[in-house]
Design a protein. Structure first.
Length: 130
């Protein structure tokens, strides 16, 4: 998933790739702060994990689209020898690449929503002090 933060100097978007599903996973892998270098102004930024956000990556969309484009003709090729049941096969197996596309998109959306929803700063606020 593509993760980004804002440069403190010029306010441009600095993006990088992350395989963490949540902010907690990100903190366990890399710590609470991420050092990012702005390509526009050249300043080094130390950004807290709560100021990072996730968005859809083009790689997941391209992968899902390639599965639809490549998967549908392959299904026709492998199951075209049975001409009697060709229409049944086309009707049922043309949905397989489309279903895979939607599963990939749903997983990407779930990862993005879970990353953006949970913040680290307020995680100890529910502890009562006596």
């Amino acid at each position: 998933m593509k993760t980004y933060g804002k440069c403190k100097n010029c306010n441009t978007e600095i993006s990088f790739w992350s395989f963490a599903d949540t902010r907690i996973d990100f903190v366990m892998e890399k710590g609470e702060f991420k050092e990012l270098n702005c390509d526009t102004c050249g300043t080094n930024n130390r950004i807290h994990i709560d100021n990072l956000h996730a968005k859809k990556s083009r790689i997941a969309q391209i992968l899902a689209f390639l599965i639809v484009i490549i998967g549908t003709p392959l299904l026709f090729y492998f199951f075209s020898s049975k001409s009697q049941t060709l229409y049944i096969i086309i009707g049922s197996f043309i949905l397989v690449p489309i279903v895979i596309y939607h599963i990939i998109q749903r997983q990407e959306n779930n990862r993005i929503n879970s990353f953006n929803r949970l913040k680290i700063k307020g995680r100890n606020s529910n502890i009562s002090l006596k």
